[in-house]
Write a protein that binds this ligand. Structure first.
Ligand code: PMP
Length: 397
């Protein structure tokens, strides 16, 4: 028999989430997560995946993964520090470091894990972290885990950051101070103001931490937001995920050799959670090789991003101020945004509604993630469906 208190807690809270429209309905795919997906027997143009370059279904990565399984099996068998480190893991970390223009890198089992691992390995209760208010949940949780004082600054507001950095420094209360930001913010597609952040960091001796989950593979010839601004030697922690543009799974920190050495002895998911599988690692190595040798996929991604934005803008939609291929279509009202996404889905476009509390109240949007794998025909079809639904719901005239 289960606990009455647990039963009551779950019943009340699930009901509450459902009433507020915050209960996640999960639609399992019957197909690979490519530019067109199948759900419940129906084909939909997919504008919701982070598979930016289409590598999640790339034959070259599949082949590398299959070969690794044949050679090493399906599991690493242990945590990295016992005997779960294959030569492949070392090769992947060397490739990441080269790709990111840093001395070294360390791989984790996911991007989420990586933020939990890296922040708490360096920061503690005698420290402070200046964190952009729109930072990803995994950064927020990593900061909390560290027990450092968390000081939020207004989104990309450099005056606010400077003011709070100055106060923190001058208080003399903290041993170390870190500034932490997403490289690309995934809800609006805007890019962090890294040159200004670096300048402020130099002035107040801040440790710099950039989570480039959405910029890696997309900006800076694929190397990410830090490279895009030419700041590879100025950022202490370059975080990335292997699950979005790279198309597989995993996360990493790239930085100075001493930092990576420290993370190898102090970060808990590295010490206590089983290593990435051989198939994952081999596929990631192949993806980085592809990205290091050609910008063809990025060029296609950016071309598709511009094409979709232009099409939606010309129809009169508010697509915000995105600086990357991420294309929000801002509807505003929460209920209408949900309704819009549902109608798109019924007509053949899979694009998720993002509403409060993920984004501020009144800024509900349907978020579109075009990828390198979409064809112009698919995007034309999606734009035509947007036009129809937009007119039907009075979002455009
Ligand atoms: N950081 C950011 C900024 C992200 O957007 C995400 C994924 N949504 C993560 C970290 C987590 O990465 P992963 O999915 O590899 O765990």
């Amino acid at each position: 028999m289960s606990s009455h208190t647990l039963d009551r807690f779950l019943k009340e809270n699930l009901q509450d989430l459902k009433e507020r429209g915050l209960y996640n309905v999960i639609d399992p795919l019957e197909s690979p997560n490519g530019p067109v997906i199948q759900i419940d027997g129906k084909e939909l143009i997919n504008l919701s995946s982070n598979n930016y370059l289409g590598l999640a279904t790339d034959d070259r990565l599949k082949k590398a993964a299959i070969e690794a399984i044949n050679q090493y099996g399906v599991g690493a068998g242990a945590v990295r520090t016992i005997n779960g480190t294959l030569k492949l893991h070392v090769e992947l970390e060397e490739k990441i470091a080269e790709f990111k223009h840093t001395e070294a890198a360390i791989a984790y089992q996911s991007g989420f894990n990586c933020n939990m691992a890296a922040i708490s390995a360096v920061m503690d209760k005698e420290d402070a972290i200046l964190s952009d208010e729109l930072n990803h949940a995994s950064i927020i949780d990593g900061c909390r885990l560290s027990k450092a004082k968390i000081i939020r600054f207004q989104h990309s507001d450099m005056d606010d950051l400077r003011k709070k950095a100055k106060e923190a420094k001058e208080s003399g209360q903290f041993k170390k101070i870190m500034v932490i930001t997403d490289g690309v913010f995934s809800m609006d597609g805007d890019i962090a103001k890294l040159p200004d952040i670096v300048e402020i960091a130099e002035e107040f001796d801040l440790i710099t931490y950039v989570d480039d989950a959405h910029g890696s593979g997309v900006l800076g010839n694929g190397a990410g937001t830090v490279k895009h601004f030419g700041l590879s030697d100025k950022i202490d922690f370059q975080i990335g995920t292997l699950s979005k543009a790279i198309g597989v799974v995993g996360g990493y920190v790239a930085g100075k050799k001493e930092l990576i050495d420290w993370l190898k002895v102090r970060s808990r998911p590295f010490l206590f959670s089983t290593a990435l599988t051989p198939a994952d690692v081999a596929a990631c190595i192949k993806a980085i090789d592809i990205l290091s040798n050609s910008t063809e996929l990025q060029d296609r991604l950016w071309g598709n991003g511009h094409y979709l934005k232009k099409g939606l803008k010309e129809l009169g939609f508010n697509i915000g101020e995105s600086e990357t291929p991420i294309t929000p279509c801002i509807i505003g009202d929460e209920v209408k945004t949900q309704q819009f996404s549902k109608r798109l889905n019924e007509e053949g476009v899979y694009a998720k509604a993002i509403v409060f509390p993920t984004v501020p109240r009144g800024t509900g949007r349907v978020r579109n993630m075009p990828t390198a794998a979409h064809t112009k025909e698919m995007l034309d079809q999606a734009i035509a469906i947007y036009e129809m639904v937009g007119k039907e719901l009075g979002v455009i005239s």
